[in-house]
Design a binder for this molecule. Sequence first.
Ligand code: PGA
Length: 227
Amino acid sequence: MKNPWIIANWKMNGTADQVRAAAEDWQSIPTKASLIFCPPVCFAHLVDVHASHFHLGGQTCHEAASGAYTGHTSAAMLQELGCGYVLVGHSEQRPCNVRGALIQARSHGLTPIWCVGHRSTIPPKFDYIEECEHLTRTIELERPPFSDGYMLAYEPLSAIGTGNPMDPDVVKVIVDHLRRLCPVPVLYGGSVNTSNVDEFLSVSDGVLIGGMSLDVLAMSALLAKCG
Ligand code: PGA
């Protein structure tokens, strides 16, 4: 696929030095991919964005503009740190008002990456028709009052951090369904690794990578391959 989106979500991992080093490496690689690096928010200011393919993202933002919300980060704060993107509704976050967070993100010039997908840890017998219906309901309920300027990431909980990715053929059906519902880039995330990433890139507009993104060399190789 051409010009994929690649999101490196470091979650609560890494040191200041590791964040700086990864950013420097990835910015120096010629690639047609667009990389969004989401380091822990406390290190975001260490990343100096200077390559056109490289962007800084937050891992979440609150649905309120400001207030008494201990431990949270607002969209305005992320913008001030230099972020252009933010994950919204990731399953590792406490449930938030997704629609409110999407609106906050957009009103501060951030492109939200809206994470959707089933919330069952082990789908006993995966039924993609049921999953498509679930996604339609979720999107109807939480859809923001704008029709572009955001991305969707299909992030089924059973695949996140488990080493059990979804079947790429099923992901293709679901990505196509999501594209019909929302004509925006649709990504896949959940146990993406060096051996399956090509398959997921061939059926989507990009990938949201957790664990594997901590392997700086593997990510560099992926970016170079998209050159
Ligand atoms: P994983 O995480 O790649 O480690 O499964 C993906 C995610 O959290 O989106």
